[in-house]
Design a protein around this ligand. Structure first.
Ligand code: OOB
Length: 545
């Protein structure tokens, strides 16, 4: 395919030419786009079922045709190559038709999560200069049209709000199924979409992923996980997240010609009947859900015998829970340690049990470069814990439009600083030992401490705030905000209401607020968050559960 845009997208950091050449020569980057991948599958087996969503079952031909029709409809709205479109859809089939329509136009979905609210969506729309915003009418008791009404006036570039369902004053998604048009697609080295970073700074960063790099990770993941046409994948996690999207996730299943079953909610009540009815073979969960499934399965009469592999990732799975998977659910466990920025690690089918229970896997690719370093970027001794740095054929070289942040988040030779503390086993597997980034991993949902602190500081009675992780038996971690009040401390309830009214995702609202007179400081005078974490952990340990 000819190069449509010889210059890279402004704000995107391409791989240096010598790396790009090598990744092509070694066959990692094949020049196929995501849109072409679906087209190829639809040609090969048009009649196979690709998607099951409630009562609807779309075969590959219908999926492909609907993507073409929507591409034509979006084009009619004036959406074209390189336009950004914030997509905030729950686990519905239309998520995929919208995304593939945009891929085929060379437009870039920005993958928002259903939990995001005014501050996040407003930020994505403004920062990415989005032309359109795609939402459901309502989901989970929330009206996304009211969110669009709040965000619209604050997002000058936004021209269209597209609604799945009752559109009211907006554009109905159903009105966009036009007759397919001839389109000149993007080239595979172009940015395909913007994924969200878990973040450690004030505002979430956007991650530009190209067709070439993403599809490589998808193909290799599908291969490692043994996907084929008989794979039936239950998508229980939020569909736009990188784990269920690409590790190998829904895209891996489409690449293999298998079937994706969408669960609206990941609870056993929603998921188990689907596993039974659709004979699901594979699914992916975060640790708290895996534990909820283990508890539910041991106390219920349910036939999960079709399940062959359960993937768990997004946060660290305890070895004890890991050991229960096979006996209770009757399927193999795979640990997955990945990040939207790129690098994904898997335990393999032929790994010894102890490795599967105790490690978070090893990288996908022989071309993944992994370093474990000390605070001064020097390699630690083999087997010691240190900071994980990585670069490779599907790990970004920079966040979107973030030159200053990129200078800190990447080494001068292009390694991404993951912020994770790991230990490398002689087998090449990684054990995640902790985190150096200022983030709370709330059972897989990432909360950037600085983002929540900024919101707290906006309250007139708050002098200073520090948000840290506190241990939690179910989620692994929850968030605790230490607050120094100006004079009379506000009530904790009042602060929480204030945060909610600022319109942030519920999972970012602190689970606990502790008022404090002053912060402990480190030698160089920074807030000593480790001391704060220890303080709240000690407090919790004293309290009865
Ligand atoms: C996945 O992606 P993100 O971008 O939401 O979060 C990445 C971060 C990692 O840097 C690490 O801190 C943490 O999540 N993490 C884990 C983990 N998997 C992710 N920490 C410990 N153990 C694990 N197994 O979370 C993600 C992306 C693709 C596949 C799987 C997970």
């Amino acid at each position: 395919m000819t190069l449509q845009h010889p210059s890279p997208l402004p704000g995107f950091t391409p791989w240096p030419e010598e790396f790009a050449q090598r990744y092509r020569q070694q066959g990692y980057w094949t020049g196929q786009t995501l849109g072409d991948m679906l087209r190829e599958q639809a040609r090969r087996h048009p009649e196979r079922i690709a998607l099951v969503c409630g009562q609807r079952r779309w075969d590959y031909a219908e999926f492909d045709r609907r993507a073409d029709q929507l591409a034509a409809g979006f084009a009619r709205l004036g959406i074209g190559a390189r336009d950004r479109v914030v997509v905030q859809l729950p686990n519905v089939a239309e998520f995929f038709t919208v995304c593939f329509a945009l891929f085929r136009l060379g437009a870039l979905p920005v993958f928002a999560l259903p939990a995001h609210r005014r501050t996040e969506i407003g930020h994505f729309c403004r920062f990415a200069q989005a032309k359109a915003y795609v939402i459901p009418d309502r989901d989970g008791g929330f009206d996304y049209r009211s969110l669009a009404r709040e965000v619209g006036p604050e997002a000058p570039t936004l021209q269209h709000v597209v609604v799945l369902g009752e559109a009211e004053e907006f554009v109905a998604l159903d009105s966009l199924y036009d007759a397919p048009r001839e389109l000149v697609g993007p080239s595979a080295d172009e940015v395909a979409f913007l994924q969200l970073s878990g973040g450690s700074t004030g505002l979430p960063k956007l991650i530009p992923r190209t067709h070439d790099d993403y599809l490589y990770s998808v193909r290799a993941s599908a291969d490692i996980c043994g996907l084929d046409q008989d794979t039936v994948y239950l998508c229980a996690l939020p569909v736009a997240h990188n784990f269920p999207l690409s590790s190998p996730g829904t895209l891996g299943v489409f690449h293999a010609g298998g079937r994706v079953v969408l669960a609206r909610r990941p609870s056993p009540d929603d998921a188990f009947p689907l596993i039974e009815a659709e004979r699901v073979t594979l699914t992916a969960l975060v640790p708290p859900l895996a534990m909820a499934w283990l508890d539910a399965a041991s106390s219920r009469q349910v036939d999960l015998s079709s399940l062959r592999l359960l993937q768990v990732g997004g946060a660290k799975l305890g070895a004890e829970a890991a050991r229960r998977v096979q006996p209770v659910l009757g399927c193999r466990l795979q640990q997955v340690f990945g990040m939207a920025e790129g690098l994904v690690n898997y335990t393999r089918a032929d790994d010894p049990e102890e490795i599967v229970f105790e490690s978070q896997g090893r990288p996908i690719s022989p071309a993944d470069e992994v370093r474990v370093v000390d605070d001064d970027d020097r390699d630690v001794a083999p087997g010691e814990t240190g900071h994980l740095l990585t670069r490779g054929p599907y790990t970004i070289r920079g966040y979107y439009l973030a030159p200053e942040h990129n200078a800190r988040a990447f080494t001068s030779d292009g390694f991404y600083r993951t912020g994770d503390l790991v230990r490398l086993l002689p087998s090449g597997h990684l054990v995640v030992e902790g985190r150096a980034k200022d983030q709370i991993n709330r059972g897989g949902d990432k909360v950037a401490a600085a983002e929540v602190e900024d919101h707290l500081l906006a309250h007139p009675a708050v002098h200073d705030a520090a948000v840290v992780a506190m241990p939690d038996a179910y989620l692994g971690e929850r968030s605790c905000a230490f607050v120094i009040a100006r004079d009379t401390p506000p009530r904790a309830m009042e602060l929480l209401r204030f945060l909610r009214e600022r319109g942030m995702a519920q999972y970012k609202i602190p689970d606990r607020i502790e008022f404090i007179d002053h912060f402990p400081k480190t030698g160089v005078g920074k807030v000593d968050k480790r001391a704060l974490r220890e303080r709240i952990a000690a407090l919790l340990a004293q309290q009865p559960a």
